[in-house]
Design a protein around this ligand. Structure first.
Ligand code: PHE
Length: 458
């Protein structure tokens, strides 16, 4: 799938291969686990609307810009940004984009791998028929039991990390293409099956309305920030992942068209997940604002009641775990690419070194669901009084580092890059070119800045 160029930097074999890898990165726990639970916590429709607006006006332009910078730089995010600032004669401060990327992808993987572990645990639960006929209490107890046992969490977290390191060490490209070609369609089909089940619960209309009818009175300033952060999280932008993947992209591939395809697929998966989950939430009298456990408490109920639920449930959690793995490997990629390039160490060593350190930091997240659930290390800072370690990592990465990284990327590509460079890489013409430039230079930065100011003073 990859070939080497004369400067020894490998390339994706085609546009399609890149779409697969980038979609594999974008579609993951963010769509199926996080989107429904934060939508529930933030009151539904109005939040979804802001999230969609953020995808369109901020997410897609940044995705295009980030991929383009990666392709132009052809190195790790740190290396690419250094090269570009030199080539384009801009301030070297822009290199912070690269450092922010490597640091944030490191942090995000530390907690992502823990949740990835949960989906592995649930493969086992589904396969052994534990959902069959279980009621809300039993399903709640199953989840509660998992969270309260740090050793079990650690075991599955470690296995998940091992899988990720193994794949990255072998080279992300091998095998990934094949896996994703069947993984994505299957995931879609299974989500449709679940939506089909949701239609039989009698509360489909209410679930639908919750997702799509905006009630602005339930949206807070922080909700708007979470929606922005999630638009970045779900598209894997602002933290160098798409820059790293873009660095393997052949010349001549139309980046805007590609980015649009990826974003469409990504949003479709999230909305389907929402449609599958909220009707069950209402039918079972559960809380929409339940928090990170939402899908683990609703979907097992659905699987427990539908015909063939054992089979569908097992398959679903396998697919969820695999979708998480294809995202997780993309988070390790900037770190490993950087270690390879700067420290001159092999891919295997880079993956091991990065993986073990990230795994170690992840123990903080494991403990955030039990022993340290109510330990708030940064409580002295405003807005951090109820954030445990997991809460802090998630907030810092998703709500600060990713959107601010995205803002910097839009500013750099829109204003600092020479016009010819941008035009060459974009390959857009006429009105779509002007429109894109306008959005990238004005709408995207103003949008991100507005959300931040609104949060500070709103
Ligand atoms: N986009 C992934 C998801 O939605 C998460 C991710 C974030 C992947 C950042 C890479 C980088 O699950």
């Amino acid at each position: 799938m990859m070939s080497r160029t004369s400067n020894a930097h490998p390339l994706w074999s085609s546009r399609f291969a890149f779409i697969l890898a980038a979609t594999g990165s974008a579609v993951g726990l963010g769509n199926i686990w996080k989107f429904p639970y934060i939508t529930g916590e933030n009151g539904g429709g109005a939040f979804v609307l802001v999230y969609l607006a953020c995808i369109l006006l901020i997410g897609i332009p940044v995705l295009i810009a980030e991929t383009l910078l990666g392709r132009r730089g052809r190195q790790s995010p740190v290396g690419s940004m250094q090269l570009l600032t030199e080539q384009e004669g801009t301030s070297s401060w822009w290199r912070l984009i690269g450092w922010n990327g490597v640091l944030a992808s490191f942090l995000v993987l530390s907690f992502y791998a823990v949740i990835g572990g949960w989906s592995l645990v649930y493969v086992g639960h589904a396969a052994t028929g534990e959902f069959t006929g279980a009621d809300t209490d039993a399903i709640g107890a199953l989840f509660g039991g998992l969270l309260s046992s740090p050793w079990t969490l650690l075991l599955w977290h470690s296995l998940f990390m091992l899988l990720v390191v193994f794949i990255v060490a072998r080279g992300v490209r091998q095998g990934l293409e094949k896996a994703i070609t069947w993984l994505m369609p299957l995931l879609f089909v299974l989500l449709l099956v679940l939506v089909g089940y949701a239609m039989t619960t009698g509360e489909f209309g209410r679930g639908f309305a919750f997702l799509f009818f905006p009630d602005f009175s339930s949206l807070t300033a922080e909700g708007v920030l979470v929606a922005l952060g999630h638009a970045a999280f779900t598209l894997s932008i602002g933290i160098g992942v798409m820059m790293a993947y873009g660095s393997y992209l052949p010349e001549g591939v139309n980046i805007p068209k590609t980015a649009l395809t990826i974003a469409l697929l990504d949003v479709a998966v999230a909305l389907l997940a929402g449609l599958a989950i909220f009707p069950v939430v209402f039918a079972e009298g559960l809380q929409a604002g339940e928090g990170p456990g939402l899908i683990f408490q609703t979907l097992p109920l659905a699987f427990g009641q539908m015909p063939g639920g054992g089979f569908f449930g097992t398959l679903f959690f396998i697919l969820l775990a695999m979708a998480a793995v294809t995202s997780a490997i993309s988070m390790l990629e900037p770190v490993v690419e950087w270690l390879e390039e700067r420290k001159g160490i092999s891919r295997l060593k880079g993956a091991l070194l990065g993986g073990i350190t990230i795994w170690f930091v992840g123990i903080g997240t494991v403990l955030s669901f039990n022993h340290w659930a109510e330990v708030y290390p940064l409580a002295f800072l405003p807005g951090f009084d109820e954030r445990n370690l997991f809460g802090i990592f998630d907030f810092m990465v998703s709500n600060l580092m990713m959107p601010l990284g995205g803002l910097a990327i839009a500013l750099f590509a829109g204003w600092a890059l020479r016009r010819e460079t941008l035009n060459q890489e974009l390959g857009l013409e006429g009105i779509s070119h002007s429109l894109f430039l306008f959005v990238l230079r004005f709408v995207t930065p103003v949008g991100v800045a507005w959300v931040f100011l609104y949060n500070l003073f709103g």
